[in-house]
Write a protein that binds this ligand. Structure first.
Ligand code: FE
Length: 332
């Protein structure tokens, strides 16, 4: 082997290695592995870009990103709840991006006004009811669940979960703190049982007749309906005459110290496309954030509804206030 040839071979190899290194995206993901793996595999097949996923719970992932600082290998943070995304932005962990594609695909109320994160799926936190005990005509709004007619008939999940903190934060954004506190107190007065630890338990208690109405994320109902199509529980879209259904997002942002920011943005843009959105939302029976993407048939069967269009970042901004308000209102 001549020296020249050898040098060329080494240089060639190293440039291939560099090209491969550039074609990689590292995602810190709080979304369950089996929900996103098929999607990422499809992206790799389509583009050749390798995606490495580090999966964990929302809190620890955020802590890890914070602790790693500029040394983080993460290019994208993918997490659930606008409260968590807002938190990540507040901590300076995300980069501002300006993308015509993302801004065109994701409605304004489902993304950070500052461009640091984008909602990728919509989760509706809605009312459910026992179909043997309640007629949908008896239901109207979240606020009405505090009406005396629902006394000892309401089930709620614990106020410790970010989902309810976000719900209450958005109510504060709409009604102000005083009115919201009165609504929460009226809910607490109507509880049929102490708050449950998860949404599934709320649905099961409603199915069992322990309570007649509850508030849950719709995909939990979807999952149970898939297993038990004759479950006597249905969804009701509240507040269609006024504010709309409370929605939250799972979403993502490019990290501030991304090693592959260009490739990360491209992946994010692809995730917002009609095609990817169908898979992203459908895998968890959520609603696509991109309104042009098709909804899973099981979910579509629940009918169209008007979403609350207050920007979901309010859920983060007002989270601490919501936690204190629920505590004072006696919502455990
Ligand atoms: Fe969930």
């Amino acid at each position: 082997m001549t020296k020249k040839w050898w040098l060329a071979a080494v240089l060639g190899l190293s440039s291939i290695t560099q090209a491969q290194a550039a074609e990689e995206v590292v995602v810190y993901s709080a979304r369950i592995e089996n929900l996103i793996k098929p999607l990422f595999d499809a992206y790799t097949r389509e583009t050749g870009v390798k995606i490495t996923t580090v999966t964990g719970k929302e809190g620890p992932l955020l802590e890890r990103l914070k602790a790693e600082g500029a040394k983080t290998p993460a290019d994208i943070l993918l997490t659930v709840d606008a409260g968590n995304l807002w938190q990540a932005a507040q901590l300076g962990l995300l980069a501002k991006v300006d993308s015509k594609i993302l801004n065109g695909n994701i409605p304004a109320h489902l993304r950070d006004p500052d461009g640091q994160w984008y909602g990728l799926s919509v989760r509706a936190r809605s009312i459910i009811y026992n179909t043997r005990k309640v007629q949908p005509g008896e239901l109207s709004t979240y606020e009405d669940l505090g009406n005396a007619k629902w006394n000892k008939r309401l089930c709620l999940r614990s106020s410790k979960k970010v989902y309810n903190q976000s719900l209450v934060a958005m109510m504060i954004a709409r009604h102000g703190a005083e009115k919201t506190a009165a609504i929460i107190q009226s809910w607490v007065a109507n509880l049929a049982a102490p708050p449950f630890s998860d949404d599934d338990s709320v649905i099961k208690a409603t199915a069992a007749g322990q309570c007649d109405v509850g508030i849950v994320n719709s995909y939990y109902l979807g999952r149970l309906q898939k297993e038990q199509p004759d479950l006597p529980v249905a969804i009701f879209w509240p507040n269609q005459q006024d504010g709309g259904v409370h929605v939250n997002v799972s979403g993502a942002g490019v990290t501030r110290y991304a090693k592959h920011p260009g490739a990360a943005l491209k992946l994010l843009e692809w995730l917002s496309s009609d095609k990817a959105q169908k898979l992203f939302a459908g895998a968890n029976l959520e609603f696509p954030a991109n309104p042009r993407a098709p909804t899973d048939p099981l979910v579509a069967a629940w009918g169209a509804f008007k979403q609350d269009n207050i920007n979901v970042s309010e859920a983060g901004k007002r989270q601490a206030e919501a936690v204190m308000l629920m505590d004072r209102a006696g919502y455990k």
